[in-house]
Ligand binder design. Structure first.
Ligand code: FAD
Length: 382
């Protein structure tokens, strides 16, 4: 594995770092407190190319590669997981999925607007009765003469209330199980597409938008099908492979955020006539964070390089997501402890990192599910 960052990698990292430190950092705590995701951020990220993923220029992209995209997620994740989560859905779950599966007309119609931030996308897979077990979904699209009629509900849909387009997964043939699912690319102003905010106060990602969506006799033309009828499961899993690199990189960002905040804190805070950073127990915590950060980053780059080479990266992506989110969970817990009482309020960002990281362990396949994927690959079970 060649780990030397290229000129392109360094340039994308620089752009993302400048955006994160200068624009996002001063806003992140207020966004979390007000539970608000400013629309202007989307346009700004679009202008900077931070929503382009690996899209080529002919579809409004910047010809970035997977490592550059991972670096952009890391920089943003260091400051605000709600914004990094927005990016991962917009790029990984929606734009890259359209890029992999859509026909030319759909690509021309949607990709440039997603890359520029003119349009927002959401990915509608999870249902109240179907989370980890996607096959448990109840949503159904009935074939009609001109297209399909969709009925069903989805929940926890990130960007769902903001989105202009929705990638929706339903059964079209329940008997065929995984081979009976179909993906639809639908405009959210379609009649029968109803949405509202998720009920309840959320632990983290408080600036993110999460929606409950209902399709009620929603008529869509045949041209809304993404890929082919029956390809839905493959398409949903392919999108998650893109998205999980984004989540792993976001967790790497949280690891770095915890490490940097804790380092700065322990250099200044004095107890027992000494900087707390001079105590070996505190140094041990920081050493663990540093090793976890470097290891999680290498696993994430390894997944990104595999994807860049056009190879199946489901094992590497799951390993990166699993390790990065689990170690960031531990780092965030330690970072709050290291800050003592101050870590318990949002005076310091570690409090928000501690709440946000739990979401990364859950969405796009929980840590249990990642271990199932990895374990099956190890023993050779399909
Ligand atoms: C902040 C946030 C954003 C999200 N954004 C989106 C989005 O944009 N689009 C979308 O479609 N969904 C989204 N989700 C939903 C998310 O993907 C699901 O919550 C997740 O897949 C888990 O499903 P579930 O909540 O139904 O839990 P369940 O599947 O019911 O799982 C409950 C528990 O059982 C465990 N479990 C389940 N099956 C097994 C098994 N076979 N072996 C061992 N343990 C198992 C799980 O790991 C978990 O611990 C989001 C969720 C959150 C919290």
């Amino acid at each position: 594995m060649d780990l030397k960052l290229t000129e392109l990698n360094l340039e994308v990292q620089r752009i993302a770092n400048e955006f994160s430190q200068k624009t996002l950092k001063p806003l992140a705590r207020e966004m979390d407190r007000k539970k608000n995701f400013p629309r202007e951020l989307v346009s700004e990220m679009g202008k900077l190319g931070l929503l382009s993923g690996v899209l080529p220029k002919r579809y409004g992209g910047k010809d970035f590669d997977y490592v550059s995209t991972a670096l952009a997620y890391e920089e943003v994740g260091t400051v605000c997981s709600s914004t990094r989560g927005f990016m991962t859905v917009q790029i990984g779950l929606v734009a890259m999925c359209i890029s992999d599966w859509a026909n030319e007309e759909q690509k021309q119609k949607y990709l440039p607007k997603l890359a520029s931030g003119e349009q927002i996308g959401c990915y509608c897979l999870t249902e109240p009765e179907a989370g980890s077990d996607v096959a448990g979904m109840k949503s159904f699209a009935k074939k009609t003469e001109n297209g399909f009629v969709l009925n069903g509900t989805k929940h926890w849909i990130t960007n769902g209330n903001l989105a202009d387009i929705a990638l929706i997964f339903t059964y079209t043939d329940k008997e065929a199980k995984h081979k009976g699912m179909t993906a639809f690319l639908v405009e959210t102003n379609s009649k029968g597409f109803n949405r509202k905010k998720m009920e309840g106060e959320e632990l983290g990602h408080r600036a993110s938008d999460h929606a409950f969506i209902e399709f009620k006799n929603m008529e869509v033309p045949e041209s809304c099908v993404l890929g082919k009828v029956g390809d839905g499961f493959k398409i949903a899993m392919g999108a998650l492979e893109h998205g999980r690199i984004g989540v792993a990189s976001g967790a790497v960002g949280i690891l770095r955020g915890c490490l940097e905040a804790s380092r700065d804190f322990v250099r200044n805070r004095k107890q027992f006539n000494s900087r707390i950073g001079d105590f070996q127990m505190i140094q041990a915590n920081l050493a663990e964070m540093k090793v976890s950060y470097e290891a999680a980053r290498l696993l994430t780059f390894s997944a990104a390089l595999k994807k860049q080479a056009g190879e199946n990266s489901s094992l590497e992506t799951s390993m990166a997501k699993y390790f990065a989110t689990e170690s960031a969970m531990k780092a965030a817990s330690d970072a709050v402890l290291i800050h003592g009482g101050r870590g318990y309020s949002d005076e310091f960002p570690v409090e928000r990192f501690y709440r946000d990281i739990k979401g990364l362990q859950i969405y796009e396949g929980t840590s249990h599910i990642q271990r199932i994927i990895i374990g099956r690959k190890v023993v050779g079970k399909p």
